[in-house]
Design a protein around this ligand. Sequence first.
Ligand code: 6GU
Length: 239
Amino acid sequence: MQIDVITIFPAYFEPLKLSLIGKALEKQIVEIAIHDLRDQAPGVHKSVDDTPYGGGAGMVMSPEPWGAAIDQVIDSRDAQIHDLVVLTPAGQKLNQSMAQEMAGLSHLIFACGRYEGIDHRVTDYYQAQPHVRVRELSIGDYVLNGGEVATLVTLEAIIRLLPGVLGNPDSLVEESHSIPAPGDEESHMLEYPNYTKPAVWRGLSVPEVLLSGNHALIKGWRSKIARERTQKILGQTGE
Ligand code: 6GU
């Protein structure tokens, strides 16, 4: 999988060198290139924004540097499909099935907007290109200063799903949001709580059933707790 990220703050992406994603890069399971949008900005001031047409607060990112930066990462490749992900609080909200879907794509381009966002013609232009698919993506109902942190979140959700990234792929099977809530295809079960040694910590014991060695009983207890948790957090029965 090839990933290109376009940003005015390349330093935000230093943490990708750490931990499991860092290892995935070393193993060449994924290739990530970070591009500085200002390299495409004209003049000595390297300006990438301007005042909004129609008035209003804040600044809007100019289309020219974005067009140049996106063309550059698309041009260098063949006739494959390129998936352009535009991070915006006005986008579709990221969930586990979107992460799964994106984990199956071959070339992802992340456009990290700042200020009041990117001139919308950039989305419109690339949407109209036959070899490009565009999606506007949000990571939740709150406002961030830009798309960089949202891109990091999205990248982690995607890359951990790629074959060979997790040491134990079984951990993908049972984790939160991977199992649909019974009778509700839109929502997903949350995971049961986990415990490790010591059996007693600060006077608190591990639930007795987990020490029983009875796997059927443990399985039943875990799904009951998972259902209760899902109901409490997501406000649904899970039945
Ligand atoms: Cl993708 N961008 C910004 N600026 N804020 C957000 C977001 C994205 N997702 C949630 N809040």
